[in-house]
Ligand binder design. Structure first.
Ligand SMILES: Nc1nc2c(ncn2[C@@H]2O[C@H](COP(=O)(O)OP(=O)(O)OP(=O)(O)O)[C@@H](O)[C@H]2O)c(=O)[nH]1
Ligand SMILES: [Mg+2]
Length: 298
């Protein structure tokens, strides 16, 4: 992997400014909701979040849980619970999990909190935080049940603080805080697989190749099904003692390419095309529900 390509400057020059803005906004709120990608709950988390929100209450939303493995989802909820952080599984496209989020917010801020703060009858003030593309806007739209935030858009430049009421107990700061992920080599690759790091800054054949390496280990069944691979085709590649692991993965890419007709001419494989197919299939969930970061590894 090319080192220069890995060390992407996500928000050149804006990082300090963004952080300052978030720190300002955080002063106004009671509870921060951290939106994570359920397929990569660690790599999609900002490592400084704990320090940033300090003694504020926290809630984790494991978003895109429709794309991740159900068993792993449950394990991740337990993982955060052990750290005293309530976590809720959400699919912000369909709105699954949203009622549970509202319930969780209300549970975190029970009546005693307001009595203590002398804020009886006041609303809970909430802010959404998360790295780019994790689904903050989609989640906010679901939470307030209308399209106030623009999905798929880049964070805006000018901004006015606006609070949106959710029911009669919750007030939401309508601008989410965009955090930066930690970009060590491993995290960066996970973020590339999920499409958080844009393909034009990384070599897509390399990203796809590395993803396939991972999938071969844990998700053989998904690959076999999606590309209609035969067991004997698989073992022909993987039982060959004369090829290296790298060569085996390339052979598998070629096989998938043949199955999909991703050819340049005369049977020559179009690797870039295969790479696109694999990445699209993974990101859209066509390869099945797959969690890349497992709790056991943490
Ligand atoms: N399958 C699935 N897709 C989702 C979910 N939430 C968001 N998406 C998709 O993820 C992409 C990014 O969603 P956004 O809501 O724009 O993400 P964001 O965090 O606001 O992104 P920025 O504003 O760029 O920081 C869009 O294509 C959404 O449709 C989810 O729960 N499941
Ligand atoms: Mg957004």
């Amino acid at each position: 992997m090319n080192e220069n390509k890995m060390n992407i400057n996500w928000y050149p020059g804006h990082m300090a400014k963004t952080k300052k803005q978030i720190m300002e906004d955080l002063k106004l709120i009671d509870l921060s909701i951290e939106v994570l990608d359920a397929r990569i709950p660690i790599s999609s988390q900002n490592p400084d979040i704990g320090k940033m929100i300090q003694n504020k209450k926290r809630l984790v939303v494991l978003n895109k849980s429709d794309l991740s493995d159900q068993e792993e989802n449950t394990k991740w909820v337990q993982y955060f619970k052990k750290k005293q952080i309530p976590a809720v599984l959400v699919d912000s496209v369909t709105g699954k999990g949203i009622p549970e989020v509202i319930k969780a917010i209300e549970t975190i801020y029970d009546k005693s909190y307001y009595d203590l703060k002398g804020r009886v009858g006041k609303s809970i003030r909430v802010m959404i935080l998360g790295i780019p593309n994790v689904g903050k806007s989609s989640f906010i739209n679901r939470l307030v049940k209308k399209n106030i935030a623009q999905v798929g858009n880049k964070p805006g430049v000018t901004r006015q603080k606006q609070w949106t009421k959710i029911g009669n107990k919750i007030e939401l700061l309508d601008t989410p805080g965009v955090l930066w992920p930690k970009l060590n080599e491993k995290n960066a690759m996970y973020l590339a697989y999920t499409g958080t790091i844009k393909d034009d800054v990384l070599e897509i054949t390399e990203v796809s190749y590395q993803l396939l390496r991972l999938l071969v280990k844990d998700d053989k069944v998904n690959l076999m099904q999606r590309y209609q691979l035969q067991e004997k085709e698989w073992s022909h590649i993987f039982s060959n003692h004369e090829t290296t692991k790298n060569e085996k993965i390339v052979k598998l890419m070629e096989l998938i390419g043949k199955k999909r007709g991703a050819l340049i001419s005369k049977g020559e494989i179009n690797y870039e095309r295969v790479a696109m197919i694999l990445l699209d299939d993974f990101r859209s969930g066509k390869l099945g529900k797959i969690t890349l970061e497992k709790v056991e590894e943490k």
